[in-house]
Design a protein around this ligand. Structure first.
Ligand code: ADP
Length: 302
């Protein structure tokens, strides 16, 4: 365009006879020439900037691919390490249980106390290792579910037995709204239990003394709708998008409650792996509700 402008103005010079017109044309020509040069230069600069941006975008794309590859490598390594740790920890747990049972002779009161402490530490370690293994499985898309006939009445009772002592300790009100009888469905016991237990323990953990924890369970058209509501600390709005992320802990609980941020990540993966969905609503200072819908496949009659 700049060249066309210069040629057009320049060509007029040859057809003019009047000196004033010629002088004006020369001035216009020089101005057009300058303008043209500036236009060409800025065009070049723009082209160079575009090439630079394209190169940067390509470098960013490659760095992203590399990061994803490294993240996957890290998860695989984590899975291998956790897998290798699981065996000796189980062996330690069994050995301590056999001591406690007196298989190697009667223990003194102090020995009993020491073995009980060691056993509970080994159980915590085993839980952590199994959680790390689950995180790595979810991340790698290798979560293996083993659906089996699961009596949901028995499952909820088992969980209540585990959670109720802490609820009483914290003087919380535990409100349960659920059908009198629940079906037996084809579900993975470990992951289903882990999911519901995680929602209940979180509600208890993040609710101060004297608050409420409400469990709602309903079955409708072959889908179990479950929700756990609490009157606890809630989750800051700007962090809510990260809560289902691996190892994410909200800023308002990091220094006040123990945790590792693995539970919800695995729970969501387990629910989605069984064809369900999980979500939550929360308000700081008022509380949270975590929901999941889980399709139930009827267990074949024995
Ligand atoms: P953990 O509780 O071990 O930190 P989770 O994966 O179970 O790990 O939860 C991740 C984060 O989500 C928690 O650290 C906390 O910030 C937030 N969170 C989960 N449940 C609740 C809840 N009921 N009330 C408030 N915050 C919660």
């Amino acid at each position: 365009m700049a060249y066309v402008l210069v040629i057009m103005v320049g060509s007029q010079f040859f057809f003019l006879e009047n000196t004033t017109h010629k002088a004006l044309t020369i001035i216009t020509f020089i101005l057009s020439l300058g303008f043209g040069v500036l236009l060409v230069r800025s065009g070049r600069r723009e082209e160079l900037a575009i090439i630079k941006i394209e190169n940067l975008a390509e470098e960013l794309k490659q760095a992203n691919i590399q990061l994803k590859y490294l993240d996957r490598q890290k998860d695989e390594l984590l899975g291998i390490v956790a897998h290798q740790l699981a065996k000796p920890i189980t062996a330690i747990k069994w050995a301590l249980e056999s001591f406690q049972d007196g298989d190697l002779g009667e223990l003194s009161a102090q020995q009993k106390e020491e073995t009980t402490t060691m056993h509970s530490q080994a159980v915590n370690l085993a839980d952590l290792v199994s959680m790390i293994l689950d995180v790595s499985r979810v991340q790698l898309g290798k979560i293996t579910l083993a659906p089996q006939p699961l009596d949901l009445n028995a499952l909820f009772k088992e969980m209540f037995d585990v959670i109720e002592p802490t609820i009483q300790q914290k003087k919380l009100m535990f409100i349960k709204t659920m059908p009198q009888s629940l079906p037996t469905a084809l579900l993975d016991k470990r992951y289903t239990r882990m999911t519901i237990e995680n929602l209940l323990t979180n509600a208890v953990k993040y609710t101060p003394e004297g608050g409420n924890v409400t469990l709602n369970v309903a079955i409708e058209k072959g889908v179990m709708h479950c929700s756990v509501t609490d009157t606890g600390c809630g989750i800051p709005k700007e962090e809510q998008g990260k809560i289902f992320g691996k190892m994410y802990r909200a800023s308002n609980v990091r220094n006040t409650a123990e945790g590792n941020g693995f539970g919800l990540y695995v729970a969501k993966g387990a629910i989605e792996g069984q064809g369900g969905t999980m979500w939550f609503t929360s308000e700081v200072g008022k509380g949270s509700t975590f929901y999941f819908d889980l399709p139930l496949k009827e267990a074949p009659k024995a």
